[in-house]
Design a protein around this ligand. Structure first.
Ligand code: GLU
Length: 432
């Protein structure tokens, strides 16, 4: 069983070191997207102003008793970006490079993401500055319970519903929900999603991000005339990347390269994904498991292929390498992997980028299914979950494409237009 919900930790660490130097601020990227879409759709100035700031931001200091007996303080955040369409929704990220601007950007994207797939949720995100590798399991549990205590007043099934993100697992969701229930004195599974199935989690939540991305890909393949056995390159082998590799391989795609922090494995004939998946838990690839050549992560991004899937973190395709991207289509399973400057270059090169807020929305969509099952005391089968997910993801791709064509813009802007149309509609109700 896989207990890992984010991209490979090592890849995140290495990439983040590089990112620090490049100083790409994700929230600046988010605001630059907002500027662009506002212009394209002629958005009312007041709605733009509202969307350029989170509604509420909470910073917290979480004291944790370490195994040594010493008390250590951790900094955490919860950003509640917009709730016009429903309760704030979004994961909690545990990472030593988390900062408020990153959490703000991720929360903004969650608001758009929920609107693109038209689920009745708003956008939020949480984060804790912590290197999970340095904590024992007990310390991690106490940190999570501490975070739940600090967030108790601002979360709840109809207020704000957290979920997994980078380095946060179903077990962590279970600790959070248990702590919340203890304080409230009542079983409230719908306070958080991504829980283990036996604790009220949904069938299919573990692979949901990849499965949703795959349904979108099936539509994209038709639109962009790719062959069913198209070649695929995946950056990151965490929850999203590894499941995507497995689902696509089983469906007949040729996965020719995958990566973690140490670098990438490449085989132009196709990698043995089933073996890699089995032998590479936690996002770290077993290099001896399959026949392949070792290349760097930078080389992986530039490989000639049909489909490139960034499934790690922000700021991977930038001004520095956009021109060298060798893929015919990019599908963003990570949040924010392409910078606004790189978007322009790829659009100019006629390489469609299926944007994060559409491509990786399967995760939050199945989170919404989990929330709904909890609220209504239901239990859906995996087949039911997949069928509903497929309908939503494929329908959303068609709607995004329609907006992109109507305005003559890239798919990201098309998705932003669709999302903001829906948020604007809700704003009219809220602000009347
Ligand atoms: N962390 C995931 C995302 O970025 C899932 C959020 C959720 O399930 O609420 O979309």
């Amino acid at each position: 069983m896989r207990f890992y919900y984010g991209p490979s930790l090592q890849i995140v660490n290495k990439i983040n070191c590089k990112r620090k130097k490049m100083a790409q601020n994700p929230f600046e990227n988010a605001l630059s997207q907002l500027d662009h879409v506002s212009e394209v759709m002629n958005l009312e100035e007041d709605i733009k102003e509202i969307l350029s700031k989170p509604q509420r931001m909470v910073s917290m200091t979480i004291p944790v008793k370490m195994d040594s007996g010493e008390i250590k303080l951790f900094d955490g955040f919860r950003v509640q970006y917009n709730n016009y369409r429903g309760p704030y929704k979004g994961g909690i990220r545990y990472h030593h490079h988390v900062d408020l601007d990153e959490v703000k950007a991720l929360a903004f994207w969650m608001a758009l993401k929920c609107a693109v797939v038209d689920i009745p949720m708003g956008g939020g995100k949480g984060g804790v500055i912590v290197d999970v590798k340095e904590l024992s399991k007990g310390e991690l549990e106490r940190l999570t319970r501490g975070y739940a205590k600090m967030a108790f007043d601002i979360v709840g099934p109809v207020i704000d519903v957290p979920a997994p993100d980078v380095n946060t697992t179903p077990e962590i969701m279970e600790w959070f929900s248990d702590e919340y229930n203890k304080i409230l004195g009542k079983e409230t599974p719908a306070v958080i999603t991504g829980k283990p199935i036996e604790k009220g989690g949904s069938e299919g939540r573990d692979k949901a991000t990849a499965q949703g991305g795959f349904y979108v890909l099936e539509e994209a393949v038709k639109e962009y005339n790719l062959e069913p056995g198209a070649s695929m390159v995946i950056q990151g082998f965490g929850n999203a990347g590894a499941h995507m590799a497995r689902i696509s391989d089983a469906a007949g795609y040729k996965v020719i390269a995958v990566s973690d922090a140490e670098g990438a494995l490449y085989n132009p004939e196709g990698l043995d994904i089933e073996t890699l998946f089995e032998k590479s838990p936690g996002g770290v690839i077993d290099r001896n498991a399959v026949k392949a050549e070792e290349i760097s992560n930078a080389e992986l991004l530039e490989l000639e292929c049909d489909i490139l899937i960034p499934a790690a973190i922000e700021n991977q395709i930038t001004e520095a390498n956009a021109d060298k991207i060798g893929a015919k289509v990019v599908l963003e399973l990570a949040n924010g992997p392409t910078t606004p400057e790189a978007d322009k270059v790829l659009f100019g090169k006629n390489i469609p980028v299926i944007p994060d807020i559409l491509a990786n929305a399967g995760g939050v969509t199945v989170s919404y299914f989990e929330w709904k099952q909890n609220m209504e005391n239901e239990k859906w089968s995996l087949a039911e979950v997949d069928e509903k997910l497929s309908k939503i993801m494929k329908g959303s791709f068609v709607e995004v494409l329609e907006r992109a064509k109507k305005y003559g813009v890239d798919l990201r802007t098309g998705a932003d237009v669709l999302a903001i149309e829906r948020i604007r509609e809700a704003a009219k109700e809220v602000l009347k």
